[in-house]
Ligand binder design. Sequence first.
Ligand code: FES
Ligand code: FE2
Length: 433
Amino acid sequence: MTEIQERLATGKGKFTPLYPDLGTGPVSYEDCISPEFFAAEREAIFQRSWLYVGRSEQLRRKGSYFTRELPGKLASIVITRGTDGKVHAFHNVCAHRGNKVVWQEHPQEESAGFCREFHCKYHGWRYGLDGQVTHVTNEQEFFDLDKASLRMPPVHADEFAGFIFISLASGPVPLRDYLGTRILELEAYPFEKMTQRYGFRARIHGNWKLAVDSVCEWYHPPYVHARFIDKDIAKAEKLVPPVDAYHYDLFTPHMLTSVPGPPPLKPREPGTAGPAVRDQKWFYRLLRAGLFGPDDVPDLGPLPEFLNKGRIRSWGNDQFWLFPNLSVQIWARGFYITYTYWPESVDSHLYDIDLYFVPPANAGERLAQELVVDSVIEFAMQDVNTIEATHSGLSSRASRQFHLSDQELLIRHFHKTVRDTVDAYQAAAEKGE
Ligand code: FES
Ligand SMILES: [Fe+2]
């Protein structure tokens, strides 16, 4: 028996009772609708945590840079690969009179490129790749200017497994300490081979945490996604994998959902459409792909040991949740997806979905990837459509308590982690720490 099956053999309550601190009672969702809580969360979490801003492939060589407009006017940041080969980040603000320094057509839009230095468009001050002032126009006309101390205000930045993080805190814990041992294991995965990116962004009218909630349980798919499934198998109960199929794990503040998936189709005889599979739409058979990935899986070598720790028989994916707003979902079929949730206000957020594949070798592989992307986006939009309905329902405050099943363990954990982080920050602030 696997560890999961052993737990199940004990009867009701499989994962949640392993974490007594979380309790099993109803949970308040005031944290999703209160403007006061939103302001506190922004200060305690988004202005202090490590935040994912891009992939190392975006900074291929010394002099590469990109900017990020962090939503909700959190910050405008420049991220560069410096002459020292390291990642640098700084606020996109000129030391002279505060102009935004790095932008192209429109100041509000993000930009990317390659350069040796940045020029402020207002009065021509120049900056090195580390944000340091290198040139002041008509310097002799200033009074006691200490040029060596002038710079675009620095922001902490670091890379891990090709993921670039920044922190707006003045003295954050080191990134690797923040991630912890279970997340550090992701370094064994060949992310660097998956450079074919398909990106998507949508503005969602609902609290960002409700969007996280909608993806970190697999209790909803038979209902939210039923119409997407071929009518042959549209009966809800047939979509629910066996109850021992899931695996949940918590490594506070981060967490994991691990789920099953269908095995890929057998290789196709050249010139044939391949065998009929009753559960698949003809289009998926033709392009040999679907929600769970391409049927022709790239050879990435043996699966790293950190994946599928629950030993799910027909494993589909592991979804790692990196607190506060990033999810890295690694699929059995050799691709991965990042989901990022950027709050703009208590009832609005930007949702970024980026899918990464090994670059396609031919048109067939490209079409298969496009179909995976299309399927994932379709499912994701079905999820967020629901969370807009949920936010609207919660806003009435007619119902304040929520009842969470064992499968909704991560929701219980996520909201508690958010509340605990806000409480700890506020307690420290009151003590003047
Ligand atoms: S504001 Fe940048 S040079 Fe004047
Ligand atoms: Fe969903």
